[in-house]
Design a protein around this ligand. Structure first.
Ligand SMILES: [Ca+2]
Ligand SMILES: [Ca+2]
Length: 194
């Protein structure tokens, strides 16, 4: 009996292992299976990290042919729940920007400019279908750009910060080494006095 149980358990593990191992995917992949939007540059190349002042574009595929969507850039939101998340839960940074979808499921004339000049921070992009589902609610007819950079669809970093951090680090190193020298110098002076 025990042997049979052990055998069943082993077989179950062996049967399930490939699924478990091949599915360490991010939740956003599920949304992308139906179609998705993605932050990008003016050439349509996916970009998830922008500099302050950069223009932000969006591209989309696998969307509802002939559909219309409102695109919003929102402050990174970590609690997207289908049919529950409402526009009032979000901090809208840009939008709504109306985009139409062609017969092939692509956003017409993409990439579409959605932010002329980005500010520092973490953001998600939400495409709220105006054709299907409930307007102003995030539902299965919508899609989001989410979870690319940690929990966000894209990230905007201040160039000042990129320069400031190494400079600050170098400054701290100099101060520490100067203090050490000072200590050694004092110790040497004391020993000389003895
Ligand atoms: Ca997010
Ligand atoms: Ca993205």
């Amino acid at each position: 009996m025990k042997k049979a149980l052990a055998l069943t358990a082993t077989l179950l593990i062996l049967a399930l292992a490939p699924y478990v191992l091949s599915n360490p995917r991010k939740p956003s992949t599920i949304v992308f299976a139906l179609g998705g939007i993605e932050s990008c540059d003016s050439t349509g190349t996916t970009v998830n990290e922008f500099n302050v002042g950069d223009p932000v574009y969006v591209k989309g595929s696998g969307l509802e042919p002939g559909g219309t969507y409102y695109i919003y850039i929102v402050r990174d939101y970590s609690d997207w729940i289908t049919s529950e998340t409402h526009i009032s839960d979000l901090y809208i940074v840009e939008g709504p920007i109306t985009v139409d979808v062609n017969a092939g499921g692509y956003i017409e004339n993409q990439p579409v400019l959605i932010w002329e000049s980005a500010s520092p921070g973490y953001y998600d992009v939400w495409a709220d279908s105006q054709t299907d589902g409930e307007i102003d609610f995030y539902d299965e007819c919508d899609t989001i750009d989410n979870l690319d950079v940690g929990n966000a669809g894209f990230f905007v970093v201040s160039e000042m910060l990129i320069i400031a951090i190494p400079v600050l680090f170098a400054y701290l190193l100099i101060i520490v080494s100067l203090k050490r020298r000072n200590i050694f110098h004092k110790q040497e002076t004391r020993q000389d006095q003895k």
